[in-house]
Design a protein around this ligand. Structure first.
Ligand code: FE
Ligand code: CA
Length: 503
């Protein structure tokens, strides 16, 4: 910030006199301004009633920028043509954050659409569209996405999502994949090996942002994101990791992955005060219609039960009493306490709990899976107590992770007692699917699984009114087809004060 003067910003924003401006500001840009500094796109997220966070990351056509701090100007307007600009500002995009920029905006009007753009290095960014949350809402449209493997599928489902004009896009994790799967056919390839350090994770995120459908989805709607495991390494749990590496070693890798995640997603920098221990759990709201608590089920969790110490891994388990040990946690004590308070203070019509792994008990052909809430049964009991408290009118859990669509009744009492909540599991947006040898008979073996499809990719679209949620599970025709068409696979309704999905 201190590097910036009005003159530098004006130069940057008009695209004129970059060399002279930087010379006078002591910004030693050794090269000429790069082509396409906004190649990674623009994004917005976490709307409140008076603001949101805006994001971009400067690059040289997607490659890291070789430059010290770069002045960036931003503009927010009430119209797409920027005739009514309501906010202007300037920031420095610093190399310490890979020239990423997050602008947390407040003081805007509730419940309205805004357009925004950035100016830097003589270029103007694409125009992004976003919105503030309303104070009162009679409708909301929320798209839920999870698990997008760049190599295993095209992201065509985002085109259908954008066409639906959702108020919010909620991403439940596995936004990137750190690993490749040699056994599955690829539609395209990562341009680098598995990341383990900051440069590697930055490059992986930049590769993701080379996808035009993903960039458009970010440009056209505000996102609410949380992570699962592949943003760092498959199946990690706190500092327990797949190879059983020393926690101090893995902590460095995780910190690099967390930083790169922050640098590429529209999350509020106020959550990132401690970069190595960022806080991702938080609550959003859409009037009194929707409450959206967002959980972090990775950073604080106990390692999966019955693995060797320090080693993570999702395994089917049958004889593992530790699955239910009361001292094991999915969320960590601080987040559990926060969630408890949040749920006790609920006054919304619908509580949509955005989180990662499947909550319903699921008996697969191989046993229960230790990475899901089945592997944290005591923590699940505590979660369900919170979700069924008197202040929560309608509890709906949003889950991802297993690369299958499922609609589940959630129960706390006897199997013949009525359900107390509903779980919507969205399939992968694009990835390999839940294996048949494990999930092949999941409906037949689990009475509370009301719907399951383990063969299709896509996303879940929720239309909320005070009376009901209309849920549309939308599947892409073929993720290997860049022009894949996305259509309704199944629809359910969840009615006010009637837990469980109705066909
Ligand atoms: Fe996944
Ligand atoms: Ca996993």
């Amino acid at each position: 910030m201190s590097l910036l003067t009005r003159r530098a910003v004006m130069a940057a924003s008009t695209g004129l006199f970059l060399a002279r401006a930087t010379a006078t500001q002591g910004l030693e840009i050794r090269r000429t301004a790069p082509a396409e500094p906004f190649a990674l796109g623009v994004a917005s997220g976490d709307p409140s009633t008076d603001g949101f966070v805006l994001w971009t990351r400067l690059s040289a056509g997607g490659a890291p920028l070789d430059a010290p701090a770069v002045p960036v100007a931003y503009e927010i307007a009430e119209d797409e043509a920027f005739r009514r600009i309501v906010r202007r500002g300037r920031r420095a995009a610093s190399p310490a954050l890979g020239h990423a920029l997050h602008v947390e905006v407040s003081g805007l009007r509730p419940g309205r659409t805004y357009w925004y753009r950035f100016h830097a290095l003589g270029a103007v960014s694409p125009v992004g569209r976003t919105a503030t949350a309303p104070e009162h809402a009679e409708r909301a449209r929320i798209a839920v996405s999870s698990c997008q493997h760049f190599e295993l599928g095209w992201f065509a489902a985002y085109r259908d999502m954008v066409a639906a004009q959702p108020d919010l896009i909620v991403q439940l994790g596995d936004y990137i994949y750190e690993n490749s799967y040699a056994q599955f056919p690829k539609v395209r390839a990562f341009d680098a090996p598995e990341p383990v350090d900051l440069d590697g994770y930055r490059r992986r995120h930049a590769t993701y942002k080379s996808d035009a459908d993903l960039r458009e989805a970010h440009r056209l709607a505000p996102w609410v994101v949380t992570w699962d495991d592949h943003e760092v390494e498959n199946d990690y749990a706190d500092l327990a990791n797949l190879k059983g590496l020393d926690p101090a070693v893995f902590a460095r890798r995780r910190a690099a992955a967390y930083q790169a995640y922050f640098e590429h997603l529209p999350v509020r920098p106020s959550l990132w005060a401690r970069p190595d221990r960022p806080r991702l759990y938080r609550r959003l709201a859409w009037g009194n219609l929707i409450s959206l608590p967002v959980l972090d089920g990775r950073q604080y969790r106990s390692a999966q039960a019955c693995n060797p110490p320090g080693q993570s891994g999702n395994r089917p388990r049958r004889d593992c009493p530790a699955l239910a040990a009361p001292d094991r946690t999915m969320l960590g004590a601080a987040q559990e306490a926060w969630l408890d308070q949040t749920l006790k203070a609920e006054r919304s019509r619908w509580t949509l709990l955005a989180q990662q792994t499947v909550v319903a008990p699921i008996e697969t052909l191989e046993g229960v899976m230790s990475d899901q809430w089945d592997g944290y049964a005591a923590a699940r009991d505590r979660l369900m107590r919170g979700l069924t408290g008197p202040s929560v009118r309608n509890a709906v859990v949003l889950s991802g992770d297993i690369h299958a669509f499922m609609v589940n009744d959630l129960r706390t009492g006897r199997p013949d007692a009525p359900p107390v909540a509903t779980e919507l599991v969205t399939s992968c947006l694009a990835a390999s699917h839940a294996p048949k040898a494990r999930y092949g008979e999941v409906r037949a073996r689990n009475a509370d699984v009301r719907f399951a499809d383990i063969e299709r990719s896509g996303y879940t679209l929720i239309e909320a009114t005070p009376q009901k949620l209309d849920v549309d599970l939308r599947a892409v025709s073929d993720q290997a087809d860049a022009e894949g068409v996305t259509q309704s696979l199944a629809r359910f309704a969840i009615e006010d004060r009637r837990p469980g999905a109705q066909a």
